[in-house]
Design a protein. Sequence first.
Lengths: 631, 212, 333
Amino acid sequence: MAKKLEEIAYPASPALGTAKRQGFWGWLYQWLTTVDHKRIGLIYMAIGIFYLGVGGIQALMMRVQLASPENEIFTGNFFNQLFTMHGTNMIFFAAMPLIFGLFNYIVPIQIGARDVAFPFMNALSVWLTFFGALLLNITWFFGDAPAAGWFAYVPLGLKELSPGPGMDFFVLGLQIAGFGTLMGAINFIVTILNMRAPGMTLMRMPLFTWTALISSALVLFGFPPLTVGLFLYSFERIFGGIFFDPALGGNPVLWQHLFWIFGHPEVYIVILPAFGIVSEVVATFSNKRVFGYPTMVIAIVLIGFIGFGVWIHHMFTVGLGAMVNAIFAVATMLIGIPTGIKVFNWLFTMWGGQLRFTTPMLFAVGFIPTFVIAGVTGVMLASAPADYQYQDTYFVIAHFHYTLFGGTVFGVLAAIYYWFPKMFGRMLHEGLGKINFWTMFIGFHLTFFPMHFSGLFGMPRRVYTYNAGVGLEFFNLLSTIGAFVMAFSTLLLLANIIYGFTRGEKASNDPWGTGRTLEWSVPSPVPEYNFAQTPLVRGLDAWWLEKMEGKNRMPVAEPLRPIHMPSSSILPFIMAFGVFVAGFALIFHHYYLTLIGLGILGIAMVVRSMNDDEGYHIPVEEIRAVEGEGS
Amino acid sequence: MAAEQHATTGLNAGDRLRLGLASRTLEGRNKILGFWFFLGGESILFASLFATFLVLRHQTGDGPKPEELFGYGLVFVLTFLLITSSLTSIFAVNAMERGNARVTAGWLGVTIALGLGFLLLQIYEFYHYVHEGLGYTTSAFASSFYTLVGFHGFHVAFGLCWLTAVTVQVVQNGVNVVNAPKIFISTLYWHFVDVVWMFIFTVVYLMGSLGV
Amino acid sequence: MRRRAIVFALLGLILVVLTGCQQQYEMSVFDTAGPVAKMQKDLIWLAIYIMSFVVAVVTVILIYVLIRYRKKPGDVEPPKQMEGSLLLEFIWVIVPIILLTILAIPTITTTFALDKVQAGENVIDVKVKGAQFWWEFEYPDYGIVTAQELHIPTGTKVNLYLETKDTLHAFWVPRLAGKTDLISGRTNFMWFEADKPGTYIGKCAELCGDGHGVMDFLVVAEEPEAFQRWVDNMKNPKTQPTSPLAEEGEKIFAQSCASCHAVTGTDFKGTAGPNLTGFGNRETVAGYLKKTDENLKKWIKNPEEVKPGSLMPAVPLKDEEIEALVAYLKDLK
């Protein structure tokens, strides 16, 4: 039994660092000090999956309460805490980490690089995310959780109406994680612009990499308004600054602007990567190149660009005036066009192809009609006067779950099934995967489709109960049943992942057979250095191109020689820990402890700056040994 | 040796030597490009702080108004110090390109001294305003003023620490392809801080003292 | 086998969609009772028609592709790789632009139409003030204040001026009009009109705290003569207790309630809580419960249980005292 558990917890896998017998602490230290983009990617994904579970439980609790209008299980303030934590956890600590995890693991390999531009900062990013998530979620142990919704409108979230520390945990947890996200974005942008293998022009990059580039640009320009907003919020709550409280001369709408100037790009940050994944998966399992690649690139850029000019549609009912509403209504509708381009291009990628319905393909294909529904309800919401009816009702909840779950999460699930063999050298169980897909697909639509009706028939958002006898019981019951089906499906996913770690069939470098991009040219799991020799790229879908010419390896751009790798370091973990301590202390107004936390950060930064680490080299014999046993 | 290891394919030795010292290695080019993007994000950050200030600046409550507080003299000195320190940081980078570690460290030292002067004077300025009745929590104008200008001041302080660390490294290790990128981007940061000050000078002090 | 699966899927889809076609939707945005909601409903239907077309096109192509281009045993060579088609890209850019324009034009005109302060013959103004967790309605033209039930005359445009006493709220009566937020520090404007007499449920639609979910109110639309009678009664309400029990209740009210609650025509002038003039005529307790004696007693005895976060304190009263209060309140007509 113990051995079985050990097998599950530390499966013998070079990807998980358990090839050598080193005991638990040695294994843990390896993970805490890693600067390898692949390990960091896996840490991100572990964080994401964990908080997907936490947020999911919070969702189930709400659905139990809402199954009947007579329920008094979770009411009032506690219910408000549930939806606040659910939304915040899902967006910041499930969706974002899952996406950044995939960027981290896959993008450097897709562009033929050995790591990201700043491996040390990469580690810092993931640990800041980890500690930010932790800081928010320990709020439960210190009284109430934040209860003002994930967008924390003022004055409700300010000190007078939210006197407990919950909102401070919210503001500081997000702020800390936000710094990590910003650093990550800069990392990906520089990596993609500067470190592509020879021959890989921008227009030969895989679409997933393109979405990583544009999403990162959205982070870079979209997060700072949130950063400022959170600073102002915390200064108002902790130091008595006057920014948002109108009684004192502040302006509550200012927070809304700052939040949504971030908030709208944020949703494009999480959906664009899903688009990228769908492009990859659909092309691979149609055995056909993406239809209209240049237009797909333009669409991604347009979506990113227009995404900065529509934030007022979250504020149509704030009374900003007809002119403002009309302009932003039209701007919002415009985003439908590049999105439509993408949908049709996917359909025509499949047209004339040879479709294989593996689990990743099922999720990618399931994504398409689901996201189309999401998109059309988005256009409906864009019409401002109609939005006066939809706004703050379950119709909006339906829309954004169709985009976030039916879009982002389906995309991530496709990615997990698609790239698991690459990451771990083992296949997931295909039969179980198919059941996972169908239960998830059915459960999802069962949960969220009725919500369109709940909203149209009079149910606002963020309510712990609803009017009996006006037709809402049936829809709410369906949603609750669907939620439990989704929960069951999630358990299947976890079971499949455990199966994959322990009993999955061994995977070759190109286990799907029809891989098109560079990651399929390296062994599974991917060696520490990614490429024994940097590849030479001769066109779009570089790996597929070589395969079609009968080759089974990429041409190389450099001789076989010792590979330079960056050294591991515990400093990123220490820095993030210092920030965590400072944040925690600030919540309780322990200013000395805050300074100590910042001091830890400062000292670590100085140590890092003064210490020019040369890294180390992997000798050629080791490279040969790894390449010999792989693929 | 380090230069070869850090090189990227596609650049021959001749190309590499024509680039500035900071751009000879892949690490250097990455740092410089990354830092420009970082400054892009910082620009949006300061833009948000400026927007906040512009929205709240007329809410002076019972506290002092900008016309009553701001004088040109102090602000002129502050501006002079900061602009000059930007200039001296350019001299430092020029010396770096010529490979002269002593002169580089010297000009960096002058930059730090001028920046320190700015910071101390700004701290005195805030102290003075508090005495005139403008506390952090006096009014929305007060809060947004101190937050915007204070954030800038924090950036100055951080920049000084950074420049100091870089100067120490120049003194210890001379000027080479490893610390050249650090010198370059720390001075780039310093220029950014200076540019932000130009906006603060205009939007906060000039417009404020004219009652605009 | 494949065909059966598709049939089942379509039936399932139809079932899910048809769930939208039940009776008894008293708060449906489709069951409009006034011109504003009707304009919004027309936009909603226009959007649904256009978007259904889009969904249909995508679905048809998708299903065709999934069936027709399955990999077959004979497929050994990879399929022909298509780079793209500029013509197709044009089509699926131009057609959506046209469809969006069809939606955008009425969107813009309606947006402006809904933002105009209504003037002319049949118009009244109402000031709406939201608070945690109740609604106050003031009629500046008539000099009356009421709470929780907004009376309006039918066939009359009602200009609403929306303010909040504390945090954000939103005023939403689905069958009459879309919502507008109540923003701290500002006055927002919207207008609506009821075509026919009726009682319409209103909801708070912006998170405002613990009691947000039960911060309901009612809009009572009456024929203009009936409305005028209501106004007159509000100016000159019945406030005399009609029984000894109610007299007891009046004394208790003076002691325990008058500091927050006002009643026109008495010395009770509290403004922290809802105005209780004519409370005996109202349909609800606490804004959402049916006004039965039992509910009223429950509300007075333990407000927190009825409305979480309610700022009405649970005044320690004996059951007989609560009965007396109830009798008095019912006499306020």
